[in-house]
Design a protein around this ligand. Structure first.
Ligand SMILES: Nc1nc2c(ncn2[C@@H]2O[C@H](COP(=O)(O)OP(=O)(O)OP(=O)(O)O)[C@@H](O)[C@H]2O)c(=O)[nH]1
Ligand SMILES: [Mg+2]
Length: 465
């Protein structure tokens, strides 16, 4: 099944740079490079060189010197792909890169397909499938949080969790299936209460992993933060200062923003996806009403809600708005009350707001959005919430849609097991559901895969990885 050819690709990003790296993998990686490599004293043979060594020399083709390069050698099985690998660091001109690639192909290497290096690493058992998938995520990660997530997965954090689950399930089936072998004797090896406990444990773990996807997904794409409040309180002003650009129109006219304005910005290593919304008020304007409906919709989708209130208003008005929004958000959402315009605010309102009792998922901060006063405090609150309440260091977070789909199936299967245990179905049915659950978990780590699945996963990689 494993393709034996030696593959090559430019592994650095396309275009010119100071240097570029061309990578080869396969049994002939060293000998092919050896044909075009010339050391300064012209005597060194690449094939005779030890693993993990570097060699300076020239790439020569038809007695023409193409470039001066450094060649790195890695030998099977101690390499990224598990095969012999050569990395040629050349000067980063597009011409040189293409030329060297061309010469390698002429000497017997084949151009690599997208993700083929990582695919080989998987097929050679250097990593499991979920780890291989994380390689792409690591490369694509654009924020510290997404990077942490991907790196954890690449190092096998997620695989460990899945393997533990599989072990427990195997233990489970073993107990049930032993019973089946002695069906005539009508014995019960598998204590039903024990089984139930085990199934509950597995169910909990699967549910936890499944539920973590929502968070994993937002970390990858930016944590959705809805900026909501009444008209003219300074929502768009706040968006603009957070983004550091004049994205939304700001004016003293009530109802300026009528549609949702969205942008992602990386703040202290976390990607936040901000949504500035239409101010909430009673209105007969049809378009504005539609905008306000969208505001409520964004509110439910957001992980974090910045409720902007204008401290120029009397406290009861402000409190009324806070209570209305509180009714619309759940415990798993974070509410930050942003008391704005304290430069011109009513001292009474500010005083009362400071005394406001806050729930577990609530915070309050006082700012002058227009002057960026206390903006850092708000940002600190937001990043603090993400780092302490959202991402727990030890927790494994699922961020891959394929894994999520599989976990959903595995979870449904274990739920059937639990119902089966309650209703007292026979062992063979139980075991069938457990086997199904096991099968799904195997799809995550790649113990069970089809050609189609593999092809689909790796085609989304870049060439050279
Ligand atoms: N004094 C003061 N004025 C502010 C502050 N923040 C915003 N403003 C002003 O308040 C007015 C309304 O600001 P916007 O950002 O357009 O308010 P909004 O909440 O987006 O309003 P709508 O889109 O109509 O819902 C503008 O004139 C801003 O300059 C502040 O901190 N202090
Ligand atoms: Mg606005």
């Amino acid at each position: 099944m494993l393709d034996q050819s030696t593959i090559c690709a430019i592994s650095t990003s396309p275009g010119s740079g100071a240097i570029a790296v061309i990578r080869l993998s396969g049994s002939e990686a060293v000998s092919i490079t050896g044909k075009i490599f010339r050391s300064p004293n012209k005597t060194k043979k690449l094939e005779d060189q030890p693993a993990n060594s570097l060699h300076f020399g020239q790439i020569v083709f038809n007695s023409e010197v193409i470039d001066e390069v450094v060649v790195a050698l890695f030998r099977t099985p101690h390499s990224f792909t598990g095969e012999d690998i050569v990395e040629i660091s050349c000067h980063g001109s597009v011409y040189i890169q293409q030329k060297i690639l061309e010469i390698l192909v002429e000497n017997g290497a084949r151009l690599a397909r997208p993700g083929e290096f990582t695919q080989r690493a998987f097929l050679n058992g250097k990593m499991d499938l979920s780890q291989a998938e994380a390689v792409a995520d690591v490369i694509a990660s654009s924020s510290a949080a997404a990077h942490k997530l991907a790196l954890n997965q690449m190092r096998g954090g997620f695989s460990k969790e899945i393997n533990e689950l599989r072990d427990q399930l195997l233990h489970f089936t073993a107990m049930v299936e032993l019973e089946l072998d002695f069906a005539e004797e009508d014995v019960e090896f598998a204590d039903r209460t024990e089984l139930r406990k085990l199934a509950e444990k597995v169910e909990l773990l699967l549910r936890k992993l499944k539920n973590s996807f929502q968070l994993g997904n937002v970390i990858k794409n930016g944590i959705p933060v809805a900026i909501v409040g009444e008209t003219n309180v300074g929502k768009s002003t706040l968006l603009n200062v957070l983004l550091n650009e004049d994205k939304a129109i700001v004016s003293e006219i009530h109802g300026t923003t009528r549609d949702v304005i969205e942008d992602v910005v990386n703040i202290h290593g976390t990607a936040f996806r901000f949504f500035d919304t239409a101010g909430i008020r009673e209105t007969v304007d049809h378009i504005e009403t539609l905008g306000i409906e969208r505001t409520y919709h964004k509110l439910t989708e957001a992980t974090m809600v910045l409720l902007v209130v204008d401290t120029q208003n009397p406290y009861p008005v402000v409190k009324g708005r806070i209570d209305k929004i509180r009714k619309r958000i759940t415990n798993s959402q974070q509410l930050i009350i942003v008391a704005n315009k304290i430069d011109v605010g009513k001292p009474e309102t500010i005083e009362q707001l400071k005394k406001l009792k806050l729930g577990q998922n609530e915070k309050c901060v006082f700012i002058v959005a227009r002057e960026k006063q206390n903006l850092e405090k708000l940002i600190d609150l937001m990043t603090h919430v993400v780092n302490t309440d959202l991402i727990n260091q030890e927790d494994v977070i699922v961020s891959n849609a394929r894994h999520y789909e599989i976990l959903k199936n595995a979870h449904a299967a274990i739920e059937r097991v639990l119902t089966g245990l309650k209703t007292g179905i026979t062992g063979d049915f139980l075991s069938q559901d457990i086997r199904e659950c096991l099968h799904y978990l195997g799809e995550i780590t790649g113990e069970i895969t089809t050609h189609e699945v593999l092809g689909h996963i790796f085609k989304n990689f870049c060439i050279g990885k």
